[in-house]
Design a protein around this ligand. Sequence first.
Ligand SMILES: [Zn+2]
Length: 157
Amino acid sequence: MFANLPTWTDERIELLKTHFQAGLSCRQIAVDIGVSRNAVIGKLSRLGLTRGRTISAESRAKKPAKERGTARSVPRLQYQLLKALYEDPLSLDGPVVSERRCSLFELSKERCRWPISTPGAEDFCFCGNLPLDGQPYCLGHTRLAYRPSARPRAARV
Ligand SMILES: [Zn+2]
C-alpha cells in the first residue's frame, strides 16, 4: 500500500534533517526512516547537507587506495602531456604559428595565452591558438614552456 507514496514525504525529510543534525550516520538514518542508504545520501546532497568529515571517513574506509590514486594521477597527466608533446613531429622544431592572435581582453579558456613580442609594445598580443587540455598554452607553446634549454640551469638539479 506504500508503493505509490513518494520516498520523501515532508515527515521523512524532517526526520532526515533532525537525524543528520544529531550526527547519525547515513546508514542509521536510512534504517530509522525506512529508506535505502543511497536514498539518504542522495537526498542529503540534494538538500545541500554534507558532513565533510563523515563522508571522507566513509569513503576512506571503502577505498583505502583513494589517496594514493589521487597522488598518482597528477604525474601521470604530466607524463601523458610530455609524451604527446614529444611524439608530435610537427611541433618538434621551428617557430610556433599563431593564427588566431588576440589581445589580453580576448583571452579565454580556448585561447593560448603565450605572449607574442614584448609586453607594452604596440603589436603586443597573445598566441590565441587552441590550448592543450588543461593547459594555458597551445601544443607548440607548451613545448616551449617545458623545453629544458629554456629553463635556467640553476633550476635543473
Ligand atoms: Zn600558443
